[in-house]
Design a protein around this ligand. Structure first.
Ligand SMILES: [Zn+2]
Length: 172
């Protein structure tokens, strides 16, 4: 007969007890609120004069082998915000930080000629701030960062502005 020894590590997660295993780590797709250390902002890297719908985003992410949209939230040019993953669900947007972060993406990030640029509309800015305030209430200790501000992330300019600076006032 096998006796399980706790704590044990399963798929990189420290499992304290059988109870913990059954209630929190039924599969590795989920994270605990305490494990959310970053709120990471992205752009879709699409041209600001084109539409990139949540359906297109989902289509493209499924092609990349994701189970759904990799971000938790997507903010359209008109400010419409859609949620694609539950807050405790591990996203697919910023390796190796997916297990400790919430991912937000705004539609755009390229100017009309395809060059990287902060193309956020006023509506997008408003929706982003509102969402960040809401998330900071749920995850008070989380740092707000841009994809390009995460160490070890593949070098890129995404999201073409500096969230750590712009939203420093939310991290006090
Ligand atoms: Zn990104």
């Amino acid at each position: 007969m096998i006796t399980e020894q706790y704590p044990m590590t399963i798929a990189g997660d420290l499992v304290a007890s059988e109870d913990h295993l059954l209630t929190h780590v039924e599969n590795s797709q989920f994270m605990s609120p305490q494990s959310v250390r970053f709120i990471i902002i992205h752009c879709s890297a699409t041209r600001c004069d084109r539409d990139y719908t949540p359906e297109q985003l989902k289509h493209d992410h499924l092609l990349r082998g994701f189970i759904d949209v990799g971000y938790h939230y997507y903010i359209r040019k008109d400010g419409t915000t859609t949620q694609h993953r539950r807050l405790n669900e591990v996203g697919a947007h910023c390796r190796p930080f997916n297990r400790c972060s919430i991912g937000i993406c705004y539609e755009g990030g390229l100017d009309a000629s395809g060059k990287p640029k902060d193309t956020r509309t006023i509506a997008q800015r408003g929706s982003l701030v509102a969402l960040l305030i809401k998330l900071k209430k749920q995850f008070p200790k989380a740092f707000i960062r841009g994809h390009n501000e995460m160490p070890g992330a593949i070098p890129k300019s995404c999201p073409n502005f500096k969230p750590s600076k712009e939203f420093a006032y939310l991290m006090k």
